[in-house]
Design a binder for this molecule. Structure first.
Ligand code: ADP
Length: 755
């Protein structure tokens, strides 16, 4: 058995043992007298302080009828209490004749399983409250409480009211969490005391048996934590021979543990009122005083009454608070969604303002991951840590929504960034696209402070026995909450899911929009190509007519025309020739726009030889043409006719735009390590290099536009300015790219790929 198991088992044993002790301590506090009666109203047990209060020794009272102490009327009232249910209490005032004269007592009677218990507390007539003053206080207090807007404010008012009527130095309200650990959620105190508001207490601070008693008995009062307990005489019930059950006794003595615990905090008097919610101990109103302090039974009853009102109002306030919070999250959500749906870039909308994304789930940091781009907001682990975390989540988490308030326990590497992310809420928007939003919460220790180490409350004695004892120090303690964040609430998880749905919806509808635009674009492209084809095709016919008739006029009617008329006609002929060139180019381009790619295995050496041959044949002085191919070209998949056109155009231009005496052109392809554009590409990068006039840098891209020429018609043999546009179109048809590098007066290199 491991050490921790050992302690747990022994602690349970201890708690069982403690249960017995805590409600049957066999003693009471000295601020009253306790008398145990049989059904026949015979005195069975008394507290060993009867002399001080009643002027009679225990022996003088034991086995005596109660009528020896009270008059007939008072005895009758007590007799009536026999008919009560076990646990319910009756209180009334009695006066008893003692040697010091008549004394007034508050007499509190309740039944246990096998006896009637009568507790007497002296009444100080100066502190007595009238019913009217009680009613005035109660109605004012209730009105103030009802006017509060939220749970926090409500509990603060409650604490204020309790302090007002009790005069205690400090009034705190604790709330217990699911693990029974408590936190101070409201506090009213004297200015010189240090605040406990926000402090958390481990569950072990209030042992289970004590909690059970708080549930059964709604008020606990200890006016002096240093007071010595007063034993019962005899110690056991002489009829049942059992220790007396003092669960419902207001005078029940307290354990040393409780005294020491509170004395460590500088507390001398204690008043605790239970707050019950759905039959569970929801929290406590705990009142501390630095010096012993007695408050009357009536004031205690008022506190108990207030406790009951708080308990019944709690459900309403809690659901209101929950509703308020959910409402706040919902309005944040809709604000966020509106920005996302209107934004071009949804990350911007998500993170501006930053706080909105964090508030959406009450986180202190977030990471948005779209593909491999990560954006951090607020307090987060660093980018590499977030990337590793996402990778882990990708392998380990199958759900689209995942949350934990103790990430380091599942993912030990998170210990390194526990301050930012002990809690994680992960939202997977798309696994395929690698879209995630992660929210982080810090280790709880940073936001709350626990008071002391609860392990100190278990002490192992020299003989090996364990006793529960209070922590020696009330110093802030940071252990059990290590590596844990505040838990994620269901409404926060819902908020995250709603965000996912909205993003998916928005992204999808944007994708739909895009698909529609693409379709539209394709359709209008097709129409445009068809139009260009039809227009250029149909234009050719009238153009031919203009050309033919102009030529006829020039040939047959020169005598009739004067010189100016002839010149005009010659211009018409040359313009129609030029126009035909332009129309042909347009026609070619529109044909390419509609062309289907027919890939063929092509030996580029053969293809290039054909190009060169045709090129040489078209030139008068073909000997002077220096075409260099430094190494054989590869065999590739391409549309031969079109690639032929590419080489023809580029080689043609290389010589056309060249004013050197010795003109050359080199055709080749780069080695893999020279692929400066795309290192991973395996397709060769071809080039056609010349020693021509070069191209100014600002024209390196414009030369690929249709009908773009850098020179006047008369220079460099004229041209339609369509050759490079056609080359580019062919390259694009092959899913390739074309670009040029050039130095004016030195030469140009055209690079291209054919996928
Ligand atoms: P065209 O040759 O019919 O004018 P191109 O589309 O083939 O049309 O070329 C567009 C322009 O690009 C040319 O007018 C020329 O100015 C420039 N150009 C093309 N190739 C070269 C080259 N190798 N060297 C210098 N300039 C060139």
């Amino acid at each position: 058995m491991s050490q921790s198991e050992n302690i747990t088992t022994e602690t349970n044993f201890l708690i069982n043992y403690d249960r017995k002790a805590i409600h049957s301590p066999g003693s009471i506090q000295p601020h009253g007298v306790l008398i145990v009666l049989s059904n026949e109203l015979e005195i069975l047990q008394v507290s060993d302080n009867t002399q001080a209060y009643l002027g009679k020794e225990p022996e003088d009272l034991l086995s005596q009828p109660l009528s020896n102490l009270f008059d007939v009327r008072q005895t009758e009232v007590i007799q009536h209490s026999f008919n009560q249910k076990t646990g319910s209490t009756t209180a009334f005032k009695v006066s008893i004749m003692t040697v010091d004269g008549e004394r007034c007592f508050e007499s509190i009677v309740h039944r246990t399983e096998d006896a009637l218990i009568l507790e007497l507390e002296l009444i100080d007539s100066r502190s007595e409250l009238s019913f009217l003053s009680f009613q005035a206080w109660a109605s004012e207090a209730i009105a103030t409480m009802q006017n509060t807007l939220n749970l926090k404010e409500f509990l603060h008012v409650v604490a204020e009211e309790i302090q007002k009527i009790t005069g205690f130095d400090r009034v705190m309200i604790y709330q217990f969490d699911q693990q029974q650990a408590g936190s101070v959620i409201a506090e009213v105190k004297k200015d010189n005391l240090s605040p406990y508001l926000g402090l958390h207490y481990p569950a072990t601070d209030i042992p289970k048996p004590a909690r059970e008693l708080y549930k059964r008995c709604r008020l606990r009062f200890i006016p002096d934590l240093t007071a010595q307990p007063v034993k019962l005489v005899p110690s056991e019930n002489p009829v049942t021979h059992q220790p007396l059950d003092l669960s419902h006794s207001g005078l029940r003595s307290f354990g040393e543990c409780c005294a020491e615990y509170h004395q460590n905090m500088g507390v001398a008097a204690l008043l605790v009122i239970s707050l019950i919610q759905e039959q569970q101990l929801w929290g406590l109103i705990s009142c501390h005083h630095q010096t012993p302090k007695y408050i009357s039974y009536e004031v205690r009853k008022m506190c108990e009454f207030l406790g009951q009102i708080v308990s019944s109002e709690l459900a309403h306030k809690i659901s209101h608070a929950k509703w308020d919070y959910t409402g706040k999250l919902k309005s944040l959500q809709s604000e966020l969604l509106e920005s996302i749906s209107q934004a071009d870039n949804f990350i911007d909308a998500l993170i501006k303002p930053e706080i909105r994304l964090l508030d959406l789930v009450s986180a202190s940091g977030a990471a948005i991951c779209l593909d491999h781009e990560i954006t951090l907001v607020g307090a987060t682990p660093d980018i590499d840590q977030v990337r590793a975390l996402i990778e882990w989540a990708n392998n380990q988490v199958s759900d689209n929504l995942f949350s934990t308030d103790s990430l380091p326990q599942l993912y030990p590497r998170a210990v390194a960034f526990k301050d930012a992310a002990s809690g994680l809420l992960l939202l997977r928007i798309s696994q395929v696209r690698h879209y995630y939003i992660l929210w982080f919460r810090p280790e709880v220790i940073q936001t709350v402070n626990w008071a002391g180490n609860p392990n100190d409350s278990i002490q192992i004695e020299a003989d090996g026995s364990i006793i529960l004892c209070p922590r020696k120090s009330f110093e802030q303690w940071q252990e059990t909450v290590q590596l844990t964040s505040l838990p994620w609430q269901p409404c926060e998880l819902e908020s995250a899911i709603a965000l996912k749905h909205a993003i998916v919806g928005i992204v999808l509808s944007k994708a739909d929009e895009l698909a529609k635009i693409n379709l539209e674009l394709e359709r209008s492209n097709r129409e445009l190509a068809a139009f260009a084809y039809a227009a250029s095709h149909d234009l050719k016919e009238p153009l031919r007519g203009i050309y033919n008739f102009s030529t006829v006029l020039l040939e047959d009617y020169t005598e009739i025309l004067d010189d100016e008329g002839v010149e005009c006609l010659q211009t018409v002929v040359s313009l129609s020739v030029r126009m035909e060139t332009l129309i042909n180019a347009l026609l070619r381009l529109s044909q390419l726009g509609q062309a289907q790619l027919h890939l063929q295995t092509t030996d580029l050496n053969q293809l290039l030889n054909q190009v060169i041959e045709v090129f040489r044949a078209s030139r008068q002085n073909s000997q002077a043409i220096d075409i260099r191919v430094p190494r054989p070209l590869p065999t590739i998949q391409c549309y031969q006719v079109l690639v032929n056109e590419v080489f023809s155009n580029l080689i043609g231009n290389a010589f056309k735009y060249n004013d050197k005496a010795e003109q050359w052109v080199e055709i080749g392809y780069l080695d893999a390590d020279q692929h400066f554009v795309d290192q991973t590409s395996i397709t060769p990068v071809f080039y056609v290099q010349d020693n021509g006039i070069g191209i100014p840098e600002h024209h390196l891209e414009t030369i690929f536009r249709l009908f773009k020429r850098l020179h006047s018609q008369e220079k460099y043999g004229g041209g339609a300015g369509a050759g490079l546009a056609i080359v580019k179109k062919i390259i694009e048809l092959h899913q390739g790219e074309i670009w040029v590098e050039s130095t004016v007066t030195v030469g140009s290199t055209f690079y291209f790929t054919l996928e």
